[in-house]
Design a protein around this ligand. Structure first.
Ligand code: NAD
Ligand code: UDP
Length: 313
């Protein structure tokens, strides 16, 4: 095996921490870069004693220089409440972060993977979502700083590839959950589990008929590694998500059942531009990466509930 030197931006976040752990377990050297906006040292503290792990506080909106073989660009707040908190900064992180990391990849001839998102499809009119669908995004709405920032980043990736031969990989990640999600980050899986464990009301926004497809974090990390290792001319974008589709009401009921909670379901207003349906078509990932998710929702929720149980009691 060849030991690679890998940079993970946003490495102290939920997904990034699992990716750093996996890369170290695979025998690579990992440099984790983060500004700790939504990530935490707590997520990677168990890796600090590993001599092949290095942690750097840095903001991707500023240039950064290092010699590595591969870059995974994950730096960006991902939960609606966090990315809307400072919308301008979110867009700067996506766009300037992409420019800085692509410039670095160009200079050192590294392969660079972009953590894009199903949000590039917006509130989709094509269902399930295929990579060839251009999406339906409100460019001036509450979600635009994230959606358009990620769309602009995809454009930058594709053009650095065409103009400068940078080796790029774009994955479009669908809703992912698992241990180390921030308990207060407002995403639906963490919200419902924390509410159920504390016996608080379960907050459904709207009537709960909107759908999402939930992927367990280990499946995503496997997809990321497979994409990074795919043949050079396969640049994506490729959907990485679990095609199991659930209404938010079904998710709430499942969480209540699995936690044996006495929590009641209450309705709250639906945020603007909240997508009504979301499900990945993963034919391309199956074909090109020989990848598909392995962990069904109920099994992943049980592991995630165990994690939240251990940190909030
Ligand atoms: P997260 O908020 O836990 O992680 C993001 C990390 O990026 C955090 O550690 C944060 O501190 C860091 N960060 C933010 N701005 C930064 C900046 N300017 N400079 C340096 N670091 C910065 O979110 P996550 O769920 O782990 O998401 C990771 C990536 O995957 C994001 O790019 C996100 O858009 C993408 N993604 C995630 C999901 C999901 O469901 N989790 C879905 C689609 C896409
Ligand atoms: N949601 C909800 N209650 C919550 C948090 C979220 O009903 O406490 C809904 C939200 O309106 C959306 C879905 O769950 O329809 C997924 O929300 P999340 O913020 O996790 O991700 P995204 O909307 O970005 O897919």
């Amino acid at each position: 095996m060849i030991r690679k030197k890998v940079l993970v931006t946003g490495g102290a976040g939920f997904v990034g921490s699992h990716l750093c752990e996996r890369l170290l377990n695979d025998g690579h050297e990992v440099v984790c870069l983060d500004n700790y906006f939504t990530g935490q040292k707590q997520n990677i503290v168990h890796l600090l004693s590993n001599p092949f792990f290095e942690l750097i506080r840095h903001d991707v909106t500023m240039p950064f220089f290092i010699e590595v073989d591969e870059i995974y660009n994950l730096a960006c707040p991902a939960s609606p409440i966090h990315y809307q908190y400072n919308a301008i900064k979110t867009m700067k992180t996506s766009v300037m972060g992409a420019i800085n990391m692509l410039g670095l990849a160009k200079r050192i001839r590294a392969t660079i993977l972009q953590a894009s998102t199903s949000e590039v499809y917006g509130d989709p009119h094509v269902h399930p979502q295929v990579e060839s669908y251009w999406g339906h995004v409100n460019p001036i709405g509450e979600r635009a700083c994230y959606d358009e920032g990620k769309r602009a980043a995809e454009t930058l990736f594709v053009n650095y590839n065409k103009q400068n031969n940078v080796k790029i990989k774009i994955i479009r990640i669908f809703n992912t959950y698992g241990p180390r999600m921030h308990p207060n980050d407002g995403r639906v899986v963490s919200n419902f589990i924390v509410q159920a464990l504390k016996g608080n009301d379960i907050t459904i926004y709207g009537d709960g008929s909107q759908t999402r497809s939930f992927q367990y974090v280990d499946d995503l990390v496997e997809g990321m590694i497979k994409m990074m290792g795919s043949r050079e001319d396969f640049t994506g974008p490729v959907n990485i998500g679990n095609p199991g589709e659930f209404t938010i009401l079904q998710l709430a009921e499942m969480v209540i059942r699995l936690t044996n909670s006495k929590s009641k379901i209450i309705r709250m207003p639906l945020p603007p531009d909240d997508p009504t349906q979301r499900r990945p078509d993963i034919s391309l990932a199956r074909k090109e990466l020989d990848w598909e998710p392995k962990i069904p929702l109920e099994q992943g929720l049980i592991k995630t509930i165990e994690y939240f149980d251990s940190i909030i009691r």
